[in-house]
Design a binder for this molecule. Structure first.
Ligand SMILES: NC(=O)c1ccc[n+]([C@@H]2O[C@H](COP(=O)([O-])OP(=O)(O)OC[C@H]3O[C@@H](n4cnc5c(N)ncnc54)[C@H](O)[C@@H]3O)[C@@H](O)[C@H]2O)c1
Ligand SMILES: [Zn+2]
Ligand SMILES: [Zn+2]
Length: 375
């Protein structure tokens, strides 16, 4: 039990990147953030990665009525804790989770925290439905996915602030908060890839590169990386891809069958309907497609059900790499520290919160690796 409580601390100001749906603008603003209550912790954010999920908000793929502090892939240091916090202490280095599991519902009790039925992540609030953030008029601003990491400070429940070894670089910690847990988890947990099985990864941004790292970790072979950006394909090869192919190659499916005789696993890490529809055709009988990329809400795709049934193929949905933050974050960080998972190689350009527009432009155009912002 920590002896330090923030009850007397009161609110403070925080500079944060805010997306306002009423104007469509994203800009740096000064907000007020409440002191942590009950089981909440106040985290001083040190590093936050720019994920395509932030861009889904800005592009209107996932509509919101309220202004949001963007960012959900962050790491920092605990500065204050609420009176009921038990497992996290002031000074702990933590990775933020955009999925604060309740640890009580059936899914949590069964060890499937990523399916928690009490999380409010997609409502962009803390689990009790509240927001710690308000603007200069006192109007509420919501933390994207319950985190809001493009900010000097974030207030989250302690179940969303997972302590990691203090020697883990903050940039690596930030990526563990989304891209790495999602991508490595997609290979390890969702697909349960076995050594020697073949795999294709379509889309090699931050998430897809992490899928490649997860595949290498478990000994998949061959590993085929597919993207449109030569730079991304080059880095996928350095991270463990044995083959690289262009996504717009008209012979793509034939080449994948030539290399694998039909893949055991095909991961989609873009969220693009045409690519998702292509997945079953890349698989051998009994193979599985894993949907990691997120589409705009309401998107429909067309799949040939006879092929799935006749060939015993399956399609798996992957939320947060089917991972449990409290278990997987420290493990992934330790694998990095041991040299078995070179997560630092996913880090791209670094900048400040004021660089958000350049970061979004790079993300849209597939330039560079994962951008990391520092408040
Ligand atoms: N399932 C989850 O829990 C989860 C978690 C995090 C992110 N996501 C989603 O994963 C997706 C990827 O996120 P990211 O941050 O890596 O995005 P990103 O923009 O960095 O990566 C997408 C990659 O796809 C490539 N691409 C685009 N069109 C292509 C095509 N036709 N063929 C081949 N490659 C193509 C781009 O060049 C880019 O490298 C997003 O939809 C994001 O919302 C899902
Ligand atoms: Zn993300
Ligand atoms: Zn739960």
């Amino acid at each position: 039990m920590s002896t330090t409580s923030a009850a007397a601390d009161g609110p403070r100001t925080t500079r944060a990147v805010v997306y306002d749906p009423s104007t469509g603008e994203t800009r740096l603003r000064t907000l007020t953030i409440a002191a942590p209550r009950a089981d909440q912790v106040l985290v001083r954010v040190v590093s936050s990665g720019v994920c395509h999920s932030d861009l889904h908000i800005v592009d209107g793929d996932w509509p919101t009525d309220a202004p949001l502090v963007l960012g959900h892939e962050g790491a920092g240091i605990v500065e204050a804790v609420g009176p009921d916090v038990r497992d996290v202490r002031v000074g702990d280095h933590v990775v933020l989770s955009w999925f604060a599991p309740c640890r009580r519902c059936e899914a949590c009790a069964a060890g499937r925290a990523w399916l928690c039925t009490n999380t409010k992540a997609v409502s962009n609030t803390l689990p009790d439905g509240s927001t710690p953030l308000s603007d200069e008029n006192g109007d509420p601003v919501l933390p994207f996915l319950g985190v809001g990491a493009f900010s000097e400070y974030a207030v989250v429940p302690e179940t969303a602030a997972i302590p990691v070894d203090a020697n883990v670089p903050f940039n690596v910690g930030a990526l563990v908060g989304c891209a790495v847990t999602t991508g490595v988890g997609a290979a390890v947990h969702t697909a349960k890839v076995q050594p020697g099985e073949s795999a294709v990864v379509i889309g090699c941004g931050g998430v897809g590169q992490a899928v490649v790292l997860g595949l290498r970790l478990v000994g998949a072979h061959p590993i085929i990386a597919v993207d449109l950006s030569p730079e991304r394909l080059e880095s996928a090869r350095e991270l463990g891809a044995t083959h690289t192919l262009r996504g717009d190659d008209p012979e793509l499916t034939a080449k994948i069958h030539e290399i694998t005789a039909g893949a055991h696993h095909a991961f989609e890490a873009i969220g693009r309907p045409a690519t998702i529809e292509s997945l079953p055709g890349l698989l051998r009988a009994g193979g599985q497609a894993v949907l990691v990329g997120m589409t705009a809400i309401g998107t429909k795709v067309s799949i040939d059900p006879f092929d799935l049934a006749d060939q015993g193929k399956s399609i798996l949905g992957c939320n947060y790499g089917s991972s449990v933050p409290a278990v997987d974050f420290p493990r992934l960080a330790a694998l990095h520290q041991s040299g078995r998972l070179p997560l630092d190689r996913l880090v791209g350009t670094e900048g400040t919160l004021a660089d958000i527009h350049r970061a979004f432009t790079d993300l849209r155009t597939g330039v560079g690796l994962r951008t990391i912002l520092h408040p």
